[in-house]
Design a protein around this ligand. Structure first.
Ligand code: 5RP
Length: 265
C-alpha cells in the first residue's frame, strides 16, 4: 500500500497529479451544452493543448471520435450526464459502465453532484455507487460540485459543504469553483481539490490570479476549459497556466507568455 492506496490507484493518482500539482484540461462541455463555441470540433481544439495538461476531461463520445489513441495524456472520463442545458441540468444519471471505462483504458472518471438541489440524493448516490465499482479496479473518481444554473451558490460555505460530502462518499479528487476564502474548502476537504473555471473572461490576468490564489490556499491545481480554448491564443494560455501550476510562476510573470503571443500575432 502507498499512502493507503493499492499500487494501481497510487499510480493513476500520481499520473493525474504529478508531484502534487494538477492541470486538467476540460473538454466535456458538449455533454450538456452541445456544440460549445470553439469546441465544435473537440479533436482539433484539444490536440495542440494536450501536451501542456496532466489530464484531459472528456466524454466517451469525444474520446472515441476525436482523441488520438496515442495522445499520451491521461484521460478523465465524464460518466455522469443524460441532461442538456434546455432541460433539467440536475437530473443526471451515470452514463458509462465500469466495463466500458476499463475497455477505454481511462485513468479516472468524473461525476457531477448537485448538493442542495432536488436531485441531491440521486446525484450523490450516482457518485457513491460509482465509487464502489471503480475502486474495485483502482480507478479514482473525481467529484464535480456542480451548481447547474444557480451560479450564485458559489460561496465557500456551500462549496466546502458540497466538497466535503463528496470526499466523505469516497471521491479521490474534488473539483469545485474558486471563491473568496478558498482555504475554507481545502482545509476541510481531506482529498485533493482542483479549481473549476467558468465562462471565458476578458481578463487573462484574472484567471491566472485566481489559479495562483486558489493554489496558495491549498488547491492542487485546476480543471479549466473555456478560459483556455476560447482564448485567442489557447496554447499561450495553456503554457501560462502550466507555469503558474507547475513552475511556481507568479501571474504577472506567466502573463508575459500570453503577451508575447499577442505581440507576435
Ligand atoms: C462542465 C465541466 C467543466 O469541466 C468545467 O466547468 C470546467 O470548464 P470551464 O473552465 O469551461 O468552466 O464540468 O460541466
Amino acid at each position: 500500500m502507498i499512502n493507503g492506496m493499492d499500487w494501481g490507484m497510487a499510480s493513476r493518482m500520481e499520473r493525474l497529479i504529478p508531484g502534487g500539482k494538477a492541470f486538467f484540461l476540460a473538454g466535456d462541455h458538449g455533454y450538456f451544452l452541445g456544440p460549445t463555441r470553439k469546441l465544435e470540433n473537440p479533436g482539433k481544439t484539444l490536440a495542440p493543448l494536450a501536451e501542456y495538461a496532466d489530464a484531459i476531461f472528456v466524454t466517451r463520445g469525444v474520446l472515441r471520435a476525436s482523441i488520438a489513441p496515442d495522445i499520451g495524456t491521461p484521460i478523465i472520463l465524464r460518466i455522469s450526464g443524460g441532461t442538456s442545458v434546455i432541460g433539467n441540468l440536475e437530473d443526471e444519471s451515470i452514463t458509462v459502465t465500469v466495463e466500458e471505462a476499463l475497455r477505454l483504458g481511462v485513468d479516472s472518471v468524473g461525476i457531477s453532484v448537485f448538493v442542495g438541489s432536488g436531485y441531491e440524493h440521486q446525484t450523490l448516490m450516482n457518485l457513491a455507487n460509482a465509487i464502489s465499482e471503480f475502486e474495485k479496479y483502482g480507478i479514482p473518481v473525481m467529484a464535480v460540485t456542480a451548481v447547474g444554473k444557480e451560479l450564485e451558490k458559489r460561496d465557500s460555505r456551500y462549496l466546502a459543504l458540497a466538497s466535503r460530502v463528496a470526499a466523505e462518499l469516497g471521491a479521490r479528487v474534488v473539483k469545485t469553483y474558486y471563491c473568496e476564502d478558498f482555504d475554507k474548502i481545502t482545509e476541510s476537504c481531506p482529498v485533493p481539490v482542483v479549481i473549476a473555471g467558468g465562462p471565458k473572461t476578458d481578463d487573462d490576468l484574472e484567471v491566472l490570479d485566481f489559479v495562483y490564489d486558489g493554489m496558495s490556499k491549498g488547491a492542487v491545481g485546476v480543471n479549466l476549459g473555456r478560459n483556455i480554448w476560447q482564448h485567442e491564443h489557447p496554447v499561450a494560455m495553456a503554457k501560462a497556466l502550466r507555469a503558474v501550476i507547475h513552475d511556481d510562476a507568479k501571474p504577472t510573470e506567466a502573463i508575459e507568455i500570453v503577451r508575447e503571443a499577442q505581440a507576435k500575432a
